[in-house]
Structures are given as structure tokens and as C-alpha cells.
Design a binder for this molecule. Structure first.
Ligand SMILES: CC(C)(COP(=O)(O)OP(=O)(O)OC[C@H]1O[C@@H](n2cnc3c(N)ncnc32)[C@H](O)[C@@H]1OP(=O)(O)O)[C@@H](O)C(=O)NCCC(=O)NCCS
Length: 377
């Protein structure tokens, strides 16, 4: 391991302290006084779910934390193969908030790993910490490539990695060993020559109207989505949906809305009731990432929300958002000629018919219909 001996340091005295005064995050040696909070972090369900912290019978305890300090942290600095820091925030000087490590794999390659104490999350501490380790890895350790990996579905980790510049390059199946199970993993590599800037992430903003609130989807909507997508009318007009639409499909759909946001390829909103927040339908704005700045609006409504102008209001709201923010240059809606309700939504929301593609739209009963195109005037 050619990189490691150069980075070997006596712990704690020689461990470099890294500070980002703007974010208020400090990386410093992890010491014995931190161990009670290391125990709390390692007993936290999110840490257990997403990281490989040990889960001994009776739960992670002080003895486990002590051997982590000696066998992983101190030994890692001694060999220079695993550089682990404690994360601290400006608002709580001296308090352990989590840890982050850089594992040297030789040949100029390293890998980052991180986790926060539950009471320190959601304050941008980890994205700040990761930027410090990224700069250390390239500027001090002189690495050429630093890898980030996370179990598929760990959106918090992916978001933090993206905020520090990491791309998510895809899924490597069965690439993570997690308590005896092989999990699919996301992987991303940042090169020394890559820009060190946050990656674009297009979260759908919350848009409120008199009767509806457009917001991101959540897993809790899975049953409402499945009901809507199993419905005979939805199945007839949206032939791309799986024919036997299950709750699993709905959960996959919610994941796909996050993927679209992360990749900046589309925005998908849950159309929620402004009063009780019930899911009434979905509306999406897709395809705007390309050179043409063209985008298409698509929608469906839950059967119990139809006939009340809900999707018309949603389409107006999303159209307004796209036009006001300059996100797109042109907007399109497509509807099968026989789908009167969908065509009404387009015209009521201010679109005009611009053309027809004959017999272009396959339907659920195996027949084909003309496809009507609508655009903004
Ligand atoms: C993942 C983890 C380190 C995030 O730390 P954090 O300090 O809360 O993250 P940040 O505050 O820096 O968040 C950066 C962005 O990610 C978003 N984010 C954080 N956690 C998120 C989550 N679970 N889901 C979606 N987005 C999330 C934040 O909202 C923020 O977005 P913004 O910049 O638009 O405001 C923390 O949740 C954790 O310790 N999880 C358990 C351990 C773990 O998963 N470790 C990674 C293993 S690979």
C-alpha cells in the first residue's frame, strides 16, 4: 500500500485537525471522552440499518466502543491505512457528533465512510465534513480517486455525497456485505481532476394552491398509488403501467421519483389535498434536462379525486412553476384522442392542440388510438 505509510500519524497528537469555519464543522481526533456518544450512535436504528456497526447480543456497549477506538481508529492512524476523525459542530464545542473515515486502498485510491449521531443530523454537518475529507484526500494524501458506496435506498448518504461533488454512477448488485446479507450498492467515484462542486439535485418544490398542495411522494402513499394505478380507467389509458399493479410497484415508483430528482431528469409531485394531505394523484414534468429545454407534463388522478378539477389546478400550478422559473422553453402534454378527461385538463390548464399522431397510442385493451399533442400558446 504505497499511499499509507506517508499518512501514518501518532494518534491523537499528530492527527490533522480540519476546519470549515463557514459551515462550522471541525474534524479532530476521536478520543476516549467521545465513547459514550459513539455507543449512542451505534445503537441508533438508522446507523444499524445503513452501516456495518457491530450488533452484538445485548447491544453495542462501551467495550465495543473502546475496541473501535484502539483497533480501528488508533491502529488506522498508526498504519496510515484508515484515517478516522470525530465530527464536531461549532454550536457544541467538544461534543462528538459523528465520525468520518478515509480508507486507503493503495494505487492512489481511497474510500470514504461516515455516520452521524442522531441528534446531529439535518444540519449540513456531514456534507461539510465530507468536503473537508475530500480536499484532504486530493490535496494532502494526493489520491487520484475516492470512492463512495452506500446501500441502495440510503438517500441521506447519496445526498451528502452529491453535496460534496460525488456522482452516483450506478448500482453494483450484491456489492455490500451487510450482516451476512449481500446488498445492492450505489457507487460513485470522484477523481482528483473532477470539479469539487455540489451536484445538481432537482427536488420538486412544494407548490400550494387553493385546494391542493404539490409535494414530493413518500412511501406512506404506496397504497393510494397502487389503488390509482390498478384502477381500470388508469390501466386503460396508461398502458406503460404494469398490468397487475402491486404495492411493490408503487414503492418502486416512489423510488423512481427520487432517482429523477437526483439525476435532474424530472420533477414528480404528489398532488395532495390541501386540507388532509391525502394523495389525490401525481403530476410530473419530465425531459427538461436536455439541450432543447423541452419538457412534458404527465398526470394521473386517484379514482376518488376525479371530476373535481384537481388535476387541472395541478397542471396550471406546474405549468406556472416551469414558466416562471425558466426551467423550460416549451411544454407539451400528450393525450389519447378518446381520453376526454385528460384532454380537458390540458385545455383548461391553458394548452392548445397542436397536432395529432394517427394511431400512435396503444391502449390497455390492445387497440390503438390517435395521440393528440398539446402545447402552450
Ligand atoms: C447520512 C447522514 C450522514 C447525513 O448526515 P447529515 O449531516 O444529516 O446530512 P446533511 O445535513 O449534510 O445533509 C445534506 C443534504 O442531504 C439531505 N438529507 C440528509 N439526510 C437525508 C435523508 N435521510 N433523506 C433525504 N435527504 C437527506 C439534507 O436535507 C441536505 O439537503 P439540502 O442540502 O438540500 O438541505 C446521517 O443521516 C446518518 O448518519 N445516517 C446514518 C448512517 C449512514 O447512513 N451513513 C452513511 C453510510 S454510507
Amino acid at each position: 500500500m504505497p499511499d499509507a505509510p506517508l499518512l501514518a500519524r501518532a494518534h491523537p497528537d499528530e492527527v490533522p485537525v480540519l476546519v470549515d469555519p463557514a459551515v462550522g464543522v471541525t474534524l479532530r481526533p476521536l478520543v476516549a471522552a467521545d465513547l459514550p456518544r459513539v455507543v449512542e450512535q451505534c445503537r441508533d436504528p438508522e446507523s444499524i440499518r445503513w452501516t456495518t456497526v457491530p450488533t452484538p447480543p445485548g447491544g453495542y456497549g462501551l467495550a465495543d466502543a473502546r475496541s473501535f477506538l484502539e483497533d480501528v481508529v488508533v491502529a488506522g492512524w498508526r498504519s496510515g491505512e484508515n484515517l478516522c476523525w470525530a465530527v464536531e459542530g461549532r454550536d457544541r464545542p467538544g461534543v462528538f457528533c459523528g465520525s468520518i473515515d478515509l480508507r486507503l486502498q493503495g494505487d492512489g485510491v481511497g474510500e470514504v465512510g461516515f455516520g452521524l449521531h442522531p441528534d446531529a443530523r439535518g444540519r449540513h454537518l456531514m456534507s461539510g465534513a465530507l468536503r473537508l475529507v475530500r480536499d484532504f484526500a486530493f490535496d494532502v494524501a494526493r489520491l487520484q480517486a475516492v470512492r463512495w458506496r452506500a446501500a441502495v435506498g440510503n438517500w441521506g448518504s447519496r445526498r451528502v455525497a452529491a453535496a460534496a461533488g460525488w456522482p452516483c454512477e450506478g448500482v453494483v448488485r450484491a456489492s455490500l456485505v451487510h450482516r451476512g446479507e449481500l446488498l445492492d450498492g450505489w457507487v460513485g467515484t470522484l477523481l482528483a481532476t473532477d470539479p469539487r462542486t455540489a451536484r445538481f439535485w432537482a427536488d420538486p418544490p412544494v407548490l400550494s394552491g387553493p385546494r391542493i398542495r404539490l409535494r414530493p411522494f413518500a412511501e406512506a402513499e404506496a397504497d393510494r398509488i397502487a389503488e390509482a394505478c390498478r384502477d381500470a380507467r388508469t390501466q386503460h389509458w396508461l398502458v406503460s403501467l404494469p398490468r397487475t399493479y402491486t404495492r411493490e410497484h408503487a414503492l418502486g415508483y416512489v423510488e423512481s421519483t427520487r432517482e429523477a430528482a437526483a439525476e435532474g431528469t424530472g420533477l414528480v409531485w404528489c398532488v395532495a389535498d390541501a386540507g388532509d394531505d391525502r394523495c389525490l394523484g401525481a403530476i410530473s414534468l419530465e425531459g427538461f434536462g436536455g439541450y432543447s429545454q423541452r419538457a412534458e407534463i404527465g398526470y394521473w388522478a386517484h379514482p376518488d379525486a376525479r371530476g373535481r378539477g384537481v388535476l387541472t389546478e395541478a397542471t396550471r400550478r406546474v405549468t406556472g412553476h416551469a414558466e416562471e422559473t425558466g426551467l423550460v422553453d416549451s411544454l407539451l402534454v400528450r393525450a389519447a384522442a378518446g381520453n376526454t378527461a385528460s384532454r380537458r385538463v390540458a385545455t383548461e390548464a391553458g394548452y392548445r392542440e397542436v397536432g395529432v399522431l394517427p394511431r400512435c397510442e396503444p391502449l390497455g385493451d390492445g387497440t390503438r388510438d390517435d395521440l393528440v399533442l398539446y402545447a402552450r400558446p
